[in-house]
Design a protein around this ligand. Structure first.
Ligand code: ATP
Ligand code: MG
Length: 330
């Protein structure tokens, strides 16, 4: 059996920060603190959770934008967290990224033609100048932008069109996995839907896998195969779309979902309001990290950290309530 396209094993990323008077105290932000998951070829895994829970840090670790603190990132059976420079180059080609704001990630002085040609040249994908031209023009067709637009610069496009350029640039490298970090979050509702549809079309056309990072569960619901829910640097639940949306098991997942509007006009869920703020990732709570805000907290949660347990064939939950033992106090 071939390995999954991507395997992330017990990934940790702790950022050193200075704090205290005159910045004399050294502490760590436990941004990602022991995260494991897999993505199959052609699969979309969505990573959701409130701001600051570590979603982008997971994405950046996979893109190898920094050294990780601990754990492993394995692409197609090969470790990329400590790969040799030669292998690293190929790995970088195989995993591409689309960011939220293509304006800041697209060089404003470059024409679209050059923006798209750059990765093709960098990775030595074109056999000739003609081949380069064919690739660049067909990328425009793929993301449904007019070929004339090749001679324009990023500021001449709307937000949705710029995001298409960002997607075309990612595709230029012929990747197997694209990390989409809030790729549609800044767009208007109708444009959002168009870009999501485009991503889905590209996925089936090229057999692409997507790590779809989003805080917007309403968007995720329409396009993902599986969902991983993060809270303060950990995955608290991971399951196929149907299970997450129809039978969420973690109290945090339930609270997040209760805030998602229902499609039928006038219909409303019973929102679960979580008390308090998200604690600081510099000093995360002992035991279950969610215990300070959990409506179902009991004694064990304050002292013992729950591990991810299978509660179905493909559903995993880190909650003591799913342990089979009954809670004794509130
Ligand atoms: N370079 C850095 N140095 C120090 N702390 C960082 C750094 N990058 C991220 N962090 C911190 O790590 C935590 C996780 O950040 P991250 O950007 O991964 O969250 P996120 O889930 O993507 O949030 P958002 O939904 O707002 O994009 C946050 O507390 C953030 O402030
Ligand atoms: Mg982020």
């Amino acid at each position: 059996m071939s390995p999954p396209l991507l395997q992330v094993n017990d990934l940790k990323k702790h950022f050193p920060v200075k704090s205290g008077l005159f910045g004399r105290k050294s502490e760590f932000v436990y941004a990602v603190d022991g995260v494991s998951f897999e993505i199959a070829r052609g699969e979309t895994l969505s990573l959701v959770g409130e701001s600051g829970c570590g979603k982008s840090t997971v994405g950046r670790a996979i893109l190898r934008l920094f050294d990780i603190t601990a754990g492993q990132v394995i692409l197609d059976g090969q470790r990329i967290d400590d790969a040799h420079p030669g292998t690293m180059r190929q790995m970088r080609r195989r995993v591409q990224v689309v960011f939220q704001d293509p304006f800041s990630s697209l060089n404003p002085r470059m024409r679209v033609r050059d923006i798209l040609a750059e990765p093709i040249r960098n990775f030595g994908l074109a056999k000739s100048a003609e081949d380069l031209e064919v690739r660049v023009t067909s990328l425009m067709d793929t993301v449904r932008l007019p070929r004339e637009a090749l001679n324009r610069r990023p500021h001449e496009f709307s937000g949705g069109q710029r995001q298409r350029i960002g997607i075309a640039r990612a595709l230029a490298a012929e990747p197997e996995l694209i990390v989409c970090d809030e790729a549609v979050s800044a767009l208007d509702v109708s444009v959002k839907a168009q870009i999501v549809n485009l991503l889905q079309d590209l996925q089936s056309e090229f057999g692409l896998a997507l790590l779809f990072i989003s805080h917007d569960l309403a968007i995720v619901e329409h396009m993902t195969h599986r969902v991983a829910v993060m809270y303060l640097g950990k995955i608290v639940e991971i399951a196929p779309r149907r299970e997450i949306f129809a039978a969420p098991r973690h109290p945090y997942t339930r609270a997040l979902l209760s805030a998602v509007p229902l499609p039928e006009p006038g219909a409303q869920r019973n929102p679960i309001i979580l008390k308090g703020d998200v604690p600081s990732p510099i000093n995360p709570p002992k035991g279950c990290r969610f215990h300070t805000r959990c409506p179902l907290v009991f004694d064990r949660c304050r002292v013992e950290e729950p591990v991810l347990r299978a509660v179905g064939t493909e559903q995993w939950v880190a909650c003591h309530l799913e342990d089979g033992t009954v809670a004794t106090s509130g």
